[in-house]
Write a protein that binds this ligand. Structure first.
Ligand SMILES: C[S@@+](CC[C@H](N)C(=O)[O-])C[C@H]1O[C@@H](n2cnc3c(N)ncnc32)[C@H](O)[C@@H]1O
Length: 283
């Protein structure tokens, strides 16, 4: 929270807010950052002044109750009047063992639901107003299943918000771009998916995380065996837009979705991601 947030939300410093010691803050469970109150105008013409602002704008239209997948130690700034449950493939104890760059384990949110984005059987169809996943869909073995399942869980008028890494700006830049045909084949045939998963581990540990030759074979096989959440697939803003275009076309799995999206910010040092919000028509 900074001076701008305090002023823009109508608070007066020290009349409404008090400074507290770190030990008092540590007594509370980690939560999400408090966002500014962005309106429809901001979604139509986002300020594009920073990644934090873009994440706030991407989720600013959410209402009601929903689930954020893979919040890790960096939950999305979902509006404060929403109710959010957190889901992950790992329990809190397991997450402590998988520290991501730039995140501290003390900030990890405790998942309420243990589930993968591509297998949401624990969530009833038509039961949530939103699903959010920031830097998660690339970790999923079958992204089309993840998108289709998310869609089924949403109530009419509900939204799916995705923040996706732009491959050209991450350690994925030397890997192959995932094609739509590849994803469709993965979704259509379990046997292809299993073989392809192994290929993704081989590629990941040679081109994204180059591994010394003497460790390479055992490492990718071990990580594959434990289904370690590598980046299975890679996208650019254009290739992801193409995928969403196919799925939201008439007759597609996400037909009739209203699509909002924003490409990465120009500054390649500051921004490695792009943003999508897909909204279901009202009944
Ligand atoms: C790269 S971290 C992203 C953390 C945070 N959302 C951020 O943007 O900084 C990926 C998170 O997604 C979780 N995850 C990985 N694969 C997943 C899957 N298939 N379904 C749900 N969560 C997954 C990981 O355990 C981790 O918490």
């Amino acid at each position: 929270m900074d001076g701008a947030w305090v002023a823009q939300n109508g608070f007066v410093w020290q009349d409404d807010l008090q400074t507290v010691s770190p030990s008092i803050i540590d007594a509370f469970a980690p939560g999400r950052r408090a966002p500014l109150d962005w309106d429809d105008g901001a979604r139509l013409a986002p300020p594009r002044t920073g990644v934090g602002v873009m994440r706030e704008v991407a989720v600013s239209g959410l209402r009601g109750s929903g689930v954020e997948f893979g919040a890790g130690a960096n939950a999305m700034p979902i509006p404060l009047d929403c109710t959010v449950r957190y889901a992950d493939i790992y329990t809190l104890d397991e997450l402590q063992l998988h520290e991501y760059e730039g995140q501290t384990t003390a900030d990890l949110l405790r998942p309420d639901i243990i589930a993968s984005l591509d297998d949401m059987s624990v969530i009833s169809d038509g039961s949530v107003d939103f699903i959010v996943a920031c830097h998660v869909i690339e970790h999923v073995s079958n992204p089309i299943a993840a998108l289709t399942n998310s869609w089924a869980k949403l109530r009419p008028g509900g939204s799916l918000v995705l923040v996706v890494p732009e491959m050209t700006r991450t350690f994925d830049r030397y890997r192959e771009l995932t094609t739509i045909e590849h994803l469709m084949e993965d979704d259509a045939k379990q046997e292809i998916l299993k073989v392809r998963d192994g290929e993704h581990f081989r590629e990941f540990y040679s081109l994204a995380f180059p591994t010394p030759a003497d460790q390479y074979e055992s490492l990718w096989r071990q990580k594959w065996a434990e289904a370690y959440p590598i980046h299975y697939h890679t996208w650019t803003y254009d290739s992801f837009s193409e995928l969403i275009g196919v799925l939201t076309a008439p007759g597609g799995r996400l037909a009739d979705a209203m699509v909002w999206s924003q490409p990465p910010l120009d500054d390649i040092n500051e921004c490695i991601e792009f943003w999508f919000a897909l909204t279901k028509p009202e009944a």
